[in-house]
Design a protein around this ligand. Structure first.
Ligand code: C2E
Ligand code: CA
Ligand code: CA
Length: 732
């Protein structure tokens, strides 16, 4: 029952029951009740203009009756705005237009400006009211009460704010991000819009935290937040999920070219040095990218997709970004399987070492072989060491595996000519174990190998360890007489300080500088020259890794690399193949490879689709570049034909045939492909599941978790124009 009504009822009953009671003016009762603080009252006329506001209400607003009465009530009471929650289920306007009862509506009321012209914070009232009709049933306005809840409202807002924002950086927290994403995705589904999600994880943040202290780590996170905010501005919302993980919601972006550019800029910007209390810190970041609706329709799917993409980005060498693809899910499943089987495989003797020569390019003489691990799983495809070593590094298994490799390599090398050395890869985790030096000396002692023939390949990540123990290990190894090589140089921190700190005999220039170094405008030759100059100054040997083509060999030798390793001389070879060569007295290698390396052409060998008119053909993709591709498997395709290549996952590339051979064609893309952040190429856009839904494909039917490309094959209405060749037979 409304307060006014109660007051009225009481008033009449009191008047009726006791004629002796002093007669009090009804307005006085009202005034007394108001004064007791029970409530404030309001009323409107039949035109929804404010007709009455009790005196304490006016005091609460610090306004005069004259400046409010007669004004449209909807201009005085407006629905309160809250950052996130919708506090009122219906708008006040709606309720009043439909002459409905108003119950606990929260409104905000503006105050007059301060004398100095500054806006004052609004008041918040919880109002209730009922439409009032006269005896003839005509609507006469609202009668209601209200309560000033300004303090409570503001307090709630603060609590709300704290629960939605990260205290340290002021960025949205996980809860808010999820809420925002949820809202965006559900409203975008109806509108067929897209939304990209980026997930960032800082590289080397832990080191800053550990070496410079937590307050410095906090300061760093704040600076990262500022940099992200200044880059993203109103393009999206930046949040911190916790620790050194950040997320960015980017509504209405699905162009993978633009997203890649943005990710590249973020990586660059966050990798610039930070100044923290006068000290310098350098970190990096890896980024995963997933896009709704292609990679997931719901928040959980999109979050899972972006997680996998980030994981892959971190795995592919930090400071990179990766888009989510369905293969990543398969990879993750495979990773779990590898993890489960690694330790049994070591017991079962499924690991082997192959040896790749490091050759003196002046005379083709082999100086040393690098031991590269192979896992031959019976009845299964071989798995690249890049994958299984990475997984082994996540547990202590890498220590056992590395120890085995060290012993095996030393044993094998004793059967080679004594002029040839053996290089063994050592993982940072293995290097940092207390027993590492013991393991090296036991491998030497058990095999009887001359320590001077053993070379350990280390990466810069060993310097992450505790300074004293790292330096002590270096000193011990040196004392044993083994050689040290710095592997993959140029991809890590590449600090000159590290080069001076450790007594390296050799620097291995990473493959990424060698690959494509002969292309015009490439800066890699300059980097190669610089690394070689530094190495010479420090009296270290240099190796150019991953040389495949003759022009690359010419370049690296001209720039002064002492040794060359790569397919140009040999792929890694099994021990029995090596022993056979040695038996025949062959100690030299001759370069053999393509005249030129074309980095823009990725060799590929996979089945894709080709759509022409109403037909879907199967073709083999032979190679692909940003601007075109070579395909195989169709005959009689005229030059100039417009086709669509279905590259999978919703990637349709419009192209036209530019050369045509008996069974293979070269095609040029209408829109160039873009780099996928992982040496691959992808289309900028994908066919949206929404457009497929429009064509009758139910959205819910699109693969669980990941958006899978449904069959887009047209119905065969006309006879095919081209002759489909048998791909399996051709592959064989
Ligand atoms: P890495 O130490 O940089 O080894 C060189 C890699 O480049 C090898 O790959 C080798 O086969 C490959 N490679 C050599 N020449 C060429 C070339 O001309 N073109 C191309 N495309 N590749 C070339 P692999 O054998 O797959 O090994 C990959 C990585 O796995 C190694 O990189 C190393 O980091 C790790 N790894 C391999 N064996 C071991 C091991 O016994 N212990 C540890 N800790 N890591 C290992
Ligand atoms: Ca190596
Ligand atoms: Ca290497």
């Amino acid at each position: 029952m409304g307060l006014i009504k109660r007051v009225r009822q009481r008033k009449t009953s009191e008047l009726a029951s006791s004629s002796s009671a002093p007669c009090i003016e009804p307005s006085n009762y009202l005034a007394q009740i108001e004064a007791s603080g029970v409530g404030l009252f309001w009323a409107t006329d039949e035109n929804d203009n404010l007709a009455y506001l009790s005196s304490r209400a006016l005091i609460s607003l610090d306004r005069q009756e004259t400046d409010l009465l007669g004004q449209p009530v909807k201009s005085i009471f407006t629905d309160a705005e809250s950052e996130d929650d919708q506090i009122n289920t219906r708008s006040l306007k709606f309720l009043m237009v439909s002459k409905a009862k108003i119950e606990n509506q929260i409104v905000q009321i503006e105050l007059n400006e301060n004398p100095d012209g500054k806006r004052r914070a609004p008041r918040y009232w919880r109002i209730s009211g009922k439409p009032y009709s006269d005896a003839d049933g005509n609507f006469r306005g609202y009668r209601g009460n209200c309560e000033d809840i300004t303090l409570e409202f503001r307090r709630n807002q603060d609590v709300n704010r704290q629960s939605q924002f990260d205290e340290l950086t002021g960025l949205a927290n996980r809860r808010r991000l999820n809420g925002r994403l949820e809202t965006i995705l559900s409203s975008y589904q109806a509108a067929g819009r897209s939304c990209a999600l980026m997930m960032l994880d800082l590289d080397r943040f832990k080191q800053v935290n550990d070496t410079m202290g937590h307050p410095a780590g906090d300061e760093l996170l704040k600076q990262v937040a500022d940099r992200l905010n200044s880059l993203i501005k109103d393009k999206g919302e930046v949040g911190r999920l916790g620790g050194d993980e950040f997320q960015i919601i980017l509504p209405d972006i699905d162009d993978r070219g633009d997203l890649g550019n943005l990710a590249g800029r973020i990586i660059q910007m966050l990798s610039q040095p930070y100044s923290i209390n006068g000290r310098r810190a350098i970190i990096g970041t890896s980024i995963g990218i997933a896009i709704a609706p292609y990679d997931g329709l719901e928040t959980t799917d999109l979050n899972r997709a972006v997680d996998l993409a980030l994981y892959a980005a971190k795995g592919s060498g930090r400071g990179t970004f990766r888009y989510y693809t369905t293969e990543l899910r398969e990879e993750a499943a495979r990773g779990a399987d590898i993890q489960d089987n690694l330790s049994d495989a070591l017991e079962a003797g499924e690991f082997k070492l192959n040896y790749q020569p490091l050759v003196n390019p002046d005379n083709g003489e082999v100086k040393c072989f690098e031991a590269l691990m192979r896992w031959e799983r019976p009845g299964m495809d071989n798995i690249s060491p890049e994958i299984f070593i990475n997984i082994a590094e996540q547990s202590d298994l890498i220590v056992k595996l590395g120890d085995w490799a060290l012993h095996q390599a030393c044993r094998d090398a004793t059967k080679w000519p004594s002029s040839i050395g053996i290089a063994v890869n050592v993982s940072a985790k293995q290097f940092m174990t207390a027993d590492f030096c013991k393991s090296v000396s036991s491998a030497l002692a058990q095999s009887g190998l001359d320590p001077a023939r053993l070379e350990l390949e280390l990466t810069e990540s060993v310097f992450v360890g505790e300074v004293e123990s790292v330096d002590e290990t270096f000193a011990k190894l040196k004392k044993m007489g083994v050689r040290l090589a710095l592997d993959d140089f140029g991809t890590g921190y590449s600090s000159l300080g590290y080069l001076k700190r450790a007594p390296f005999n050799k620097i291995k220039i990473d493959q990424s500088f060698v690959r494509g170094c002969t292309e015009s405008g490439d800066t890699n030759p300059a980097i190669i020259s610089a690394i070689i100059a530094i190495a010479r100054a420090l009296d270290m040997e240099t190796v150019a890794e991953g040389v495949e083509a003759m022009d690359e060999l010419a370049l690296v030798t001209e720039r002064g690399a002492d040794l060359v390793q790569g397919y140009i001389y040999s792929r890694p070879l099994a021990q029995d193949v090596l022993l056979e060569r040695f038996d025949q007295g062959v100690l030299n290698f001759r370069p053999d490879g393509p005249p030129r390396y074309r980095s823009d052409r990725l060799t590929a060998y996979r089945k894709i689709g080709l759509i022409h008119e109403d037909h879907y053909y199967h073709v083999m993709l032979r190679n692909i570049s940003k601007s075109g591709a070579r395909i195989d498997g169709l005959a009689e395709v005229p030059v100039g034909t417009d086709i669509v290549l279905d590259l999978g996952g919703g990637q349709l590339a419009y192209a036209s045939v530019v050369h045509s051979g008996e069974s293979s064609q070269g095609v040029a893309f209408e829109t160039p492909l873009i780099n996928d952040g992982n040496n691959g190429l992808v289309t900028r856009h994908r066919v949206s599941p929404y457009s497929l839904a429009e064509a009758g494909m139910p959205l819910a039917a699109l693969g669980e978790g990941a958006y899978q490309m449904p069959d887009i094959r047209p119905e065969d209405k006309l006879p095919p124009k081209f002759i489909q060749l048998d791909l399996e037979a051709r592959a064989a």
